[in-house]
Design a protein around this ligand. Structure first.
Ligand SMILES: Cc1ncc(COP(=O)(O)O)c(C=O)c1O
Length: 484
């Protein structure tokens, strides 16, 4: 069966917590008649100790960056220094109400202003908004700016966005949500843009192009200057999906590649963990001629005072208040703790670590592209695999105590296994991980059934993923009422 759920502790009349007596005196019959639930609620009766043990044991089953290497490609599961958390936990930040007057939150406005200045220096952009709460939200905001730019010039024909077929899935999704038609262009086998495909779709209906550089195969787009020039000559704008800036941080400015608008994932590159559904931040930056379209308000400095400034041509608000402010505090702490001279070491080490893994494993796993990569490396299955798939390798890694890498993405690589070690891992940790992957490749050659049957040591063995997707039992009620 399954692991014990909290409901399985249910023992009638056992009590862990009593509601205060005034709750019992409150007459809620009218409320209940109108809004009360129709089905009885299933609530477990358990003691405090049972509840504490249950949740403590569950938390111990969790895997995170703080328990081991988390090589999930494209997700940047890196360690985030505790000092950033400590700074963001200061009461002056956490107790701040979004409706206090400008004079009462000068310090917090200074944080946003200073972060904007620093990101402008890093990216080359002229202004930033911190309202978007995720990378995809940033994409939508950036695309709204592109749309507004064309409409303000009365260029109403520009309704198309070009996106390579290797792009992150959020790119076409955001374009659709923004009302653009997506023109997908084929990429070369190395995931780089095919210039002839690009030229064939450029015309006066194109609003812009969305690009990730390095691309989803971890390769730097060598023709980037030609690409952005071609799009500009056709009257379009160039959007940089900067979710993976940890590959270029401090080394390349997106404006130097010809980009006009971008988003960054503060929750990947700058001090906040990615994943887990926690708060994120996808600030959007743009070049000078687009700053007037940024969401209202932006923060300006007058002498030593900070104020809000609203533009009449702005696309308007894209979220409540100022986005996820505490993520911005962590990002500023992250940038300041490294300092201007050290920030490039983030990308240097991220790239070095990925190439170290690439070189160490290329005799055992098929390299998707045999070239120096940026922050992540993509393999296409075990060499001489004996029927062992990438899924089998990922499951076998669990037996050795590792989180699996990203698998079967990017879609353009058969049996893809995408490893992103990030800059925070040491050579020793990488060596241990490499040794385990080499061992699995050896097992695949000598004892393939062992790998095909993995995982063997986890509580839950190989799950039937198709069945789980087709028959999702997501609540306790669904579980107890389900019969095969
Ligand atoms: C290249 C790229 N673009 C966009 C996103 C979307 O970011 P988010 O998950 O914050 O919406 C991601 C996610 O990691 C990404 O890797």
């Amino acid at each position: 069966m399954y692991n014990k759920l909290i409901f399985d502790y249910n023992t009638p009349n056992r009590v862990g917590y009593d509601l205060p007596t005034h709750f019992a005196k409150f007459d809620n019959s009218k409320l209940l008649a109108k809004y009360g639930r129709k089905q009885t609620m299933i609530l477990p009766s358990a003691s405090e100790l049972e509840v504490v043990r249950h949740y403590t044991n569950l938390s111990l089953k969790n895997f995170g960056v703080e328990t081991g290497l988390y090589p999930l490609g494209s997700c940047t599961m890196k360690y985030n220094p505790k000092v950033d958390e400590a700074i963001a936990s200061l009461k002056g930040f956490t107790n701040l109400h979004p409706l206090v007057s400008v004079n009462e939150c000068q310090g917090s406005l200074e944080v946003l202003y200073e972060l904007s200045q620093k990101l402008e220096k890093i990216t080359g952009m002229s202004g930033f908004t911190f309202e978007p709460c995720a990378g995809a939200h940033g994409e939508l905001t950036g695309l709204m700016i592109i749309k507004q730019y064309h409409l303000a010039r009365k260029d109403k024909k520009r309704t198309k966005i070009i996106i390579p077929d290797s792009a992150h899935g959020t790119n076409p999704a955001s374009s659709n949500v923004c009302g653009f038609e997506v023109i997908s262009i084929a990429s070369n086998p190395d995931g780089r843009i095919n210039l002839s495909s690009l030229k064939s779709v450029l015309n006066d209906e194109v609003a812009g192009i969305m690009l990730t550089n390095p691309n989803t195969l971890g390769m730097f787009e060598k023709d980037i200057l030609k690409i952005t020039k071609l799009v500009h000559e056709a009257g379009g704008l160039c959007y940089y999906d900067g979710a993976n800036l940890n590959a270029l941080l401090g080394r390349v400015k997106p404006t130097a590649m010809g980009f006009d608008v971008l988003h960054l994932n503060l929750h990947k590159t700058f001090g906040t963990p990615h994943g887990g559904g926690g708060p994120g931040s996808g600030p959007v930056g743009c070049i000078a001629k687009l700053v007037k379209y940024l969401p209202n308000p932006v923060i300006i400095q007058k002498g030593d005072h900070y104020e809000f400034s609203n533009s009449k041509t702005s696309i308007g608000h894209v979220s409540g208040y100022y986005g996820n402010f505490l993520v911005c505090v962590k990002a500023l702490a992250f940038i300041d703790s490294l300092g201007e001279t050290n920030i490039a070491k983030v990308s240097d080490n991220a790239v070095l670590n990925a190439n170290y893994i690439k070189e160490a494993l290329k005799q055992d796993y098929k390299l998707a592209i045999n070239e120096p990569c940026k922050h992540e490396v993509v393999f296409g299955g075990v060499i001489n695999e004996n029927g062992v798939t990438t899924l089998d390798v990922a499951k076998r890694l669990l037996d050795y105590g590792y989180h699996a890498p990203t698998i079967y993405f990017p879609l353009i690589v058969n049996e893809a296994m995408m490893i992103e070690p990030t800059e925070s891992e040491s050579k020793e940790t990488l060596d241990e991980f490499i040794a385990v992957l080499k061992l699995i490749a050896k097992e695949a050659r000598e004892n393939p059934d062992l790998v095909k049957g993995a995982p063997h040591t986890t509580i839950v063995k190989r799950i039937d993923e198709v069945r789980a997707a087709r028959i999702p039992l997501l609540t306790y009620r669904e579980l107890i009422n389900y019969h095969e």
